[in-house]
Design a protein around this ligand. Structure first.
Ligand code: ZN
Ligand code: MN
Length: 469
């Protein structure tokens, strides 16, 4: 049986400052080694000062993943010698004296499968190593400490995953969840990083590190299953080790024998006092936390009758659900949900597209109302939306400049249908014999009116004309 457990590092990208100093948490656009101070590069004598907001945000993740939060949390030193860590230890959390990390014993349901969360800990990110060539064969490694000390939440699951696909689904849910909580932007490079532990048939555990994306972790796990199975079939033991994912070759390569927890010589970080987390603090956080994705979905279905699949897309994407919340009212909710999840989707897939979008919630409300009041057809609505996202002009202006107004007066529609009939004599006689082919004629009318003809009225007139022929 395949057993997979995950260690996910999630940066709290929405914070102003690092975990133990006032350097910026957002290090991404800064010049190399400029976002540093004695604390985050671990100069002797410097003292860490814990960022209260980071504790709160980590507690929110812990609550959202159904974890227990202890009344007192502590920080530990995890000792290891590596150039990305200037102090030679990382300040993290560890449950040496009972649970003292920010969360433990949670669970998440993924397609009826329960994934247990063993532990959630708040810790500092190390610096970033830049290799010339690959990490195995490099002659030159450069270090940028701008990232050192950035607040990270590490989420450790039990080995409850049985397939790489379950892993991918879980990670998607997790990314939506931290985004919805407003604690992290998973689309930023390096904001969510995943290590996987995998073993087959009671064999040794192999850790996969350095996986850059969610898609790659699925591939890396598939590769490991095949590799371990082929070793097992030939009776070759599978060594316990850490392997790196080689993105270019799409294989895992042996990196080093795996450290055991005792190798890290954890001990209490005496420079940071224990932090009391009163139950009233947790209650207050719970009260002020954004509505969960699950509860949003239920509300959309129950209150507005939005279909399950549409509600799922809408609730799991913070960008869409924020738009929806600002645009909708009792009457147009369903129509707006529809426009967002079908028509808008193509224009707002990527982060870049979303940033350039000129669309406001008012546009969406106007658009839904115009469609519901038969001022424009749904088809014209799509054309209008295409223009809105680019120009941001008001809908009324777009309707008149693109001439999108509905053709719903009988006499002009009747004239257009007569034209179609005379051009399509063969189709007309066919439609008389076989009513299933009428749609072809409706399509012709739509094309002639550039999608502006009222579909129901068009069908009605065509039928009457066919009957009288
Ligand atoms: Zn600093
Ligand atoms: Mn960690």
């Amino acid at each position: 049986m395949t057993k997979i457990g995950l260690e996910i590092h999630c940066q709290l990208t929405k914070l102003e400052s690092k975990l133990f100093c006032s350097c910026k948490a957002d290090y991404r656009s800064l010049d190399i080694n400029t976002n540093i101070c004695p604390v985050c590069i671990g100069l002797p004598g410097s003292l860490p000062l814990l960022n209260k907001n980071a504790v709160e945000k980590a507690a929110m993740i812990s609550i959202a993943l159904g974890c227990k939060t202890p009344p007192k949390i502590a920080f530990f030193r995890k000792n290891y010698f590596y150039p990305d860590l200037p102090k030679n230890f990382q300040i993290t959390q560890y449950n040496a004296y009972g649970p003292t990390s920010i969360g433990s014993d949670g669970k998440v349901l993924i397609e009826d499968k329960e994934i247990r969360v063993r532990r959630i800990q708040l810790e500092e990110d190390p610096g970033r190593l830049v290799y010339e060539g690959t990490s195995e064969k490099t002659l030159l490694t450069l270090i940028d400490y701008n990232r050192a000390g950035t607040p990270l939440v590490e989420i450790v699951t039990e080995p409850d995953f049985e397939t790489p696909k379950q892993v991918r689904l879980f990670l998607n849910v997790l990314a939506d969840l931290v985004e919805n909580l407003g604690v992290s932007d998973p689309s930023l490079e390096g904001a969510l990083r995943v290590d996987g532990n995998i073993s087959i048939d009671k064999g040794n555990r192999v850790e996969i590190k350095n996986v850059g994306s969610f898609k790659d972790i699925e591939k890396a796990l598939h590769f490991e299953i095949t590799r371990q199975q082929s070793l097992a079939e030939r009776g070759i033991p599978i060594p316990a080790e850490t392997r790196h994912w080689d993105e270019a070759r799409k294989i895992t390569v042996s990196a080093r024998s795996k450290e055991e927890e005792q190798d890290y010589r954890y001990f209490l970080e005496a420079d940071i006092p224990w932090v009391l987390i009163d139950s009233s603090v947790i209650d207050k956080l719970k009260k002020n936390m954004p509505e969960s994705i699950y509860s949003k979905k239920e509300r959309y279905i129950k209150k507005y009758g939005i279909p399950l699949q549409v509600a799922e897309v809408l609730s799991s994407d913070k960008f869409y659900s924020d738009l929806f919340e600002q645009a909708h009212n009792e009457k147009n909710a369903k129509e707006i949900a529809n426009i967002i999840t079908t028509d808008l989707k193509g224009f707002a897939d990527t982060k870049e597209q979303r940033e350039q979008l000129k669309l406001t919630p008012k546009h969406l409300a106007d658009l839904a109302d115009a469609i519901m009041n038969n001022i424009i057809t749904r088809n014209s609505g799509k054309l209008a939306l295409q223009e809105i996202v680019k120009s941001g002009k008001p809908l009324s202006e777009i309707i008149s400049s693109l001439d999108l107004g509905h053709v719903d007066d009988k006499s002009s529609l009747s004239k257009i249908i007569d034209d179609v009939f005379s051009e399509e004599e063969k189709a007309v006689s066919e439609a008389k014999l076989n009513p299933d082919t009428i749609n072809y004629l409706v399509g012709k009318v739509m094309r002639k009116t550039k999608g502006k003809a009222d579909p129901a009225l068009t069908l009605d007139i065509i039928k009457k004309k066919l009957d009288s022929k």
